[in-house]
Design a protein around this ligand. Structure first.
Ligand code: BQF
Length: 286
């Protein structure tokens, strides 16, 4: 029987820390922290995520500025908005909710965001910094996963870590953060041969596949830490992860639920990054 890693509880602790420091910035330095959230089009999942981010801003005492643009917005118009937000002193962090409509080049948008305000840490400069261990922000989801692993008390150093998925947003940076902690890291993906034989070796298994219930008990080592990054919506409207919780939970040592695992941590780490951005922009970063 695995212990459940409670992402809601850990995220509440992170947000409480951010709330206190935000209050302190206001009291001691008269600084308000602001996050700009840009959403293009009306994808329902994106709308939920943007609302989660605005609610979190409210909870920690940030100002949030929402820009909801129609799906027909041109790349030039979006670049103009990013440019305006880059120059706006009330805005410490800028995030453009992904995915953007197909006629817009997301890389062009991300790289137009000032790296100092890039609280998702998707800009090429920030991604490069992560590779060499020189960074101000970490990408929210991998950073949240590290917090959840830390909450178990399990040491990463020397352990076999397997990441399933190689996206720029989760898989690749996740592998890098585990490597920085001296894990022995393997990245698996859709072309990996005999995937189960690789994942069965993992002391720490991170699943970011994008397929409901993809990781089954036969793919998991007894006692492993299993982190489920997946958010899949079933036909009945229920959220479910990439890990088949019912079969894996009895075998794992630790496991994250969906919902209530990695998802809330992604939001909490966004708040942490935005606070860090505000401190850095005001010359207050230790
Ligand atoms: C929960 C995201 C895929 C693609 C783009 C809490 C969120 C989700 C789940 C959330 C996600 C996923 C976000 C739960 C933000 C995480 O209780 O389990 C919060 O809002 N997320 C995003 O902004 O873009 C995505 C997943």
């Amino acid at each position: 029987m695995a212990k459940i890693i409670d992402g809601k509880a850990v995220s509440a602790q992170v947000k409480e820390q951010v709330r206190q420091e935000t209050e302190q910035l206001r009291a001691e330095h008269g600084i308000e922290v602001g996050l700009a959230v840009v959403i293009v089009g009306d994808d329902p999942a994106s709308r939920v995520y943007v609302n989660n981010k605005k609610k979190a801003c409210e909870a920690v005492g940030f100002r949030s500025f929402e820009y909801a643009l129609p799906a027909e917005t041109t790349q030039e118009e979006l670049l103009d908005l990013v440019d305006t937000l880059n120059k706006d002193e009330k805005v410490n962090g800028i995030l453009v909710q992904l995915p953007v409509p197909k006629h817009i080049d997301d890389k062009a948008i991300i790289d137009a965001i000032s790296p100092d305000k890039d609280v998702d840490a998707f800009h090429a400069k920030n991604v490069g910094g992560i590779m060499i261990g020189d960074y101000t922000f970490l990408p929210c989801t991998p950073a949240g996963v590290m917090e959840l692993i830390d909450a178990t008390g399990v040491e990463v150093s020397g352990k076999k870590c397997v990441v399933i998925g190689r996206s720029n947003i989760v898989g690749k940076p996740m592998a890098m953060l585990l490597l920085h902690r001296s894990g022995t890291v393997t990245i698996c993906h859709s072309r990996t041969q005999d995937l189960a034989s690789v994942t069965r070796e993992a002391d720490i298994l991170v699943a970011s596949v994008g397929r409901a219930n993809f990781v089954t008990a036969d793919m998991v080592k007894e006692g492993a830490v299993v982190i489920d990054v997946g958010i899949n919506r079933l036909e009945n409207g229920k959220l479910c992860g990439d890990v088949d919780f019912a079969s894996v939970e009895p075998k794992a040592g630790w496991i994250t639920p969906v919902p209530g695992g990695v998802g809330p941590m992604t939001i909490a780490m966004l708040m942490k990054n935005t606070l860090t951005a505000a401190k850095a922009q005001n010359g207050l970063l230790k």
